[in-house]
Design a protein around this ligand. Sequence first.
Ligand SMILES: Nc1ncnc2c1ncn2[C@@H]1O[C@H](COP(=O)(O)OP(=O)(O)OP(=O)(O)O)[C@@H](O)[C@H]1O
Ligand SMILES: [Mg+2]
Length: 267
Amino acid sequence: MKQQASVMGATENLVPDTRHGVILYMENVSVSFDGFKALNDLNLYINDGELRCLIGANGAGKTTLMDVITGKTRPDQGKVNFGQQIDLLKLNEAEIAQAGIGRKFQKPTVFEALSVYENLYLSLKMDKGIWCSLWHKLNGEQKDDIERILATIGLTEQRHGLAGNLSHGQKQWLEIGMLLAAKPRVLLVDEPVAGMTLQETERTAELLTSLAGEHSVVVVEHDMSFVRSIARTVTVLHQGSVLAEGTMAQIQSHPDVKRVYLGEEST
Ligand SMILES: Nc1ncnc2c1ncn2[C@@H]1O[C@H](COP(=O)(O)OP(=O)(O)OP(=O)(O)O)[C@@H](O)[C@H]1O
Ligand SMILES: [Mg+2]
């Protein structure tokens, strides 16, 4: 039992070295699909604790970038590090998740037939590895974790309701809560507000903003008013490379961004 637990927890002790302030390094990363370069010599640095927005037209490579960080897609070349010393290209998807990089896909994948609380309970348990889970009761600290997560995602009142009865937005928040149970250092969130009401979108902006600091949050989103409401630093991706990076105001007045987004007036 002890041995199994240590095998399962082989990546648990991987703590990223962020002494330089950077938690994710992507350098000269290229990914091609049948000769088409979805990422093209991309360089990106995410600072520890920041909230970064990633924007770009359809097909710019945003989802591919997240696929590379999480180990779903392997680049043809380049370096992808978690902190200074952890080479993510040497870890598989499960190890990367376990090392502290959580990813939220667009479609919520909560267990609809279980309550909100049970969904969080399970993600807390599963995080510790299936071997030491399920037959143990939650300890006090874990119960506190669930309470804290419920408050963070604004679902304390719905805790005993079925996840299947939640609104689309609430399901998205629950899924973010399930990611938080693993205490990730980095959260990657792809198009979180698609299909949300205006009110849910605003609440999601507050939620993601509140998660930054303790976590580093990378958000891909097409909804520009949402991006404007949360962004400190925005990275614009274009044809698999970083086209521009800066505050929203800097991005909007950036000549390359204007050219790409507002038509090729220079040609
Ligand atoms: N598995 C794959 N096989 C072949 N081509 C792919 C694959 N995944 C992505 N691509 C292509 O790579 C390019 C980048 O795709 P990606 O999904 O990263 O874009 P995106 O910026 O997320 O776009 P969107 O805003 O539409 O979600 C696209 O041209 C896409 O068709
Ligand atoms: Mg995408």
